[in-house]
Design a protein around this ligand. Structure first.
Ligand code: HCA
Ligand code: CU
Length: 388
C-alpha cells in the first residue's frame, strides 16, 4: 500500500511561536516541497486572517503536482473560505471528547457530529470533487467510542480520510501504541462499513513523533503528516526529512527526491529563523562528519563501519572533522583529500598537535583552517632551515 506524505510546514509549522511566512515565501516553500515530491501540502487555515487566506489561494494557483489542502473548523463559514481558495482538499477538525465539548463548546457529542456531517455534505455540495479529511482532535485521548461514532458518520457523509491526531504527543510505542490504535480504529470502522484512508498526525512532546508515525504506518495508515524542521505547536510534529528517509529505507517508498531536502531545509530555516541544528539527522552539518580517531581510522578503511545511511542518497558527502579527538589517520586523510603535496610523518604530528590544542578550546578544524595550519607549518619550517 502506497504511503503518502502530507507536509504541514505552512499550516502547523506557522503555528510555531514567532514563525510567520509571507505569501511569496510560502509559494517558494511549496515549490521546494513539490520538488521533493511530497504528495500533499497543507497550506494554511484561510479563516485565520486575510493574508493567510490569500497565501493559501496563491499556493493553490501554483499548479503543483502535490494536492493542496486547506485547514478548516467544522463551520460553514470556514468551509466557504477554504473552497474559495481553490484547494483540492479540505481538512476539517472538531474534538469529540465529552469533557471538551461540554466545557469549551457547551455542546453534546450528538450536536458535534451533526455539525461535522453537515460541514462535510456542505463542502461536497460546493465542490463535489473536493477531497475531505476529518480529524477528531486529540483523537487518541478521546473516548474511543466517540471517535468511532464521529468518524463513521463522517465517512458516511462523504469524508475520504480520517486522521488520527496525537495532538499532545501522548503515544508511546509498546505502551500506548499508535500501531494498536490505528489497528483497532480500522477494525471498528470496517465493522460499520466504513473504510476510509487513515492518516496520522503525531506531535513530538515526548520526542516520539517519528516513532509513533512509523508505528501508524505499520498498522496501515497511508497518509503521514510532517513538517520541515519539526515545526509546529510546542515541540512540533514528525520531521519531514527523517520521515521520508525512514519510509524510503524501511517501507520501500522510493518516490522522493531526497537530495532536494537540503535546499528546502535551508529556505525554511532562513525564513522561520529556526537554525538547522548541527546534529539534525540527514540535513544537519554534522550528519555525516566523523570525529574520534578510532572512528575515522575505521571509516577511512570502509565507510560503512561507521555509516548506516549512505550520504549520497540525501545528496551529501561525508567528511572527517579535526579536533581534540582526532588521530594521525584523520589528519592524514584530510590532507590527502585536500591534495596537499609532500605529506610526511613529522608534518602530520605537528598539525595534529595544533588541531588538538584548538579542539581543547571547543572548536573543530575544517579543511579551510587545516589549509592555514599547513601554510603556517611550512613557513616556520623554512625559517627554521634558514636559521640552521
Ligand atoms: C490544530 C490541532 C491539530 C489539528 C490536526 C488536524 C492537532 O492546530 O488545529 O486537523 O488534522 O494536532 O490536532 O494540528
Ligand atoms: Cu497538530
Amino acid at each position: 500500500m502506497m504511503i503518502r506524505v502530507l507536509d504541514s510546514t505552512l499550516r502547523e509549522g506557522e503555528q510555531t511561536p514567532g514563525v510567520y511566512m509571507d505569501s511569496h515565501v510560502k509559494q517558494e516553500i511549496a515549490r521546494l516541497l513539490d520538488a521533493v515530491g511530497v504528495d500533499l501540502i497543507e497550506a494554511g487555515h484561510p479563516m485565520v486572517s486575510d493574508d493567510i487566506r490569500i497565501a493559501v489561494r496563491d499556493v493553490a494557483r501554483l499548479d503543483l503536482n502535490a494536492a493542496i489542502v486547506a485547514h478548516a473548523r467544522s463551520l460553514r463559514g470556514d468551509i466557504e473560505a477554504a473552497v474559495e481558495t481553490g484547494v483540492g482538499m479540505i481538512g476539517l477538525f472538531y474534538c469529540v471528547s465529552d469533557d471538551r465539548l461540554d466545557t469549551v463548546f457547551r455542546t453534546s457529542l450528538r450536536e458535534a457530529i451533526d455539525q461535522i456531517t453537515d460541514s462535510i455534505r456542505y463542502a461536497k455540495r460546493l465542490n463535489p470533487k473536493l477531497m475531505i479529511r476529518y480529524t477528531p482532535e486529540d483523537t487518541v485521548r478521546s473516548p474511543f467510542i466517540n471517535v468511532v461514532e464521529a468518524a463513521s458518520e463522517a465517512v458516511a457523509a462523504g469524508a475520504d480520510v480520517i486522521s488520527v491526531a496525537d495532538t499532545t504527543g501522548y503515544m508511546m510505542p509498546g505502551v500506548r501504541s499508535m500501531y494498536d490504535y490505528v489497528s483497532r480504529l480500522r477494525e471498528a470502522l470496517n465493522a460499520r462499513n466504513a473504510d476510509p484512508v487513515i492518516a496520522v498526525h503525531c506531535h513530538n512532546d515526548r520526542g516520539l513523533a517519528l516513532a509513533n508515525a512509523l508505528d501508524g504506518c505499520r498498522a496501515g495508515a497511508t497518509i503521514v503528516d510532517a513538517t520541515v524542521l519539526r515545526l509546529g505547536e510546542r515541540t512540533g510534529i514528525t520531521d519531514l526529512a527523517e520521515l521520508l528517509f525512514n519510509l524510503h529505507d524501511g517501507f520501500g517508498e522510493n518516490r522522493w527526491n531526497l537530495p532536494a531536502l537540503n535546499e528546502l531545509y535551508r529556505i525554511v530555516s532562513k525564513y522561520s529563523y529556526f537554525p538547522i541544528s548541527k546534529n539534525h539527522p540527514l540535513v544537519g552539518e554534522n550528519a555525516f562528519t566523523h570525529n574520534a580517531g578510532v572512528h575515522t581510522h575505521a571509516w577511512i578503511k570502509k565507510n560503512s563501519h561507521y555509516e548506516s545511511v549512505d550520504p549520497a542518497l540525501v545528496g551529501r558527502r561525508s567528511s572527517v572533522c579535526l579536533d581534540n579527538m582526532s588521530g594521525v589517520a584523520s589528519v592524514k586523510f584530510a590532507l590527502e583529500r585536500m591534495n596537499v603535496p609532500d605529506i610526511d610523518d613529522r608534518m602530520i604530528l605537528c598539525l595534529l598537535n595544533e588541531v588538538k590544542a584548538i579542539g581543547r578550546r571547543g572548536r573543530a578544524v575544517d579543511e579551510a583552517e587545516l589549509g592555514l595550519l599547513v601554510r603556517s607549518y611550512r613557513q616556520s619550517l623554512t625559517l627554521l632551515r634558514r636559521a640552521e
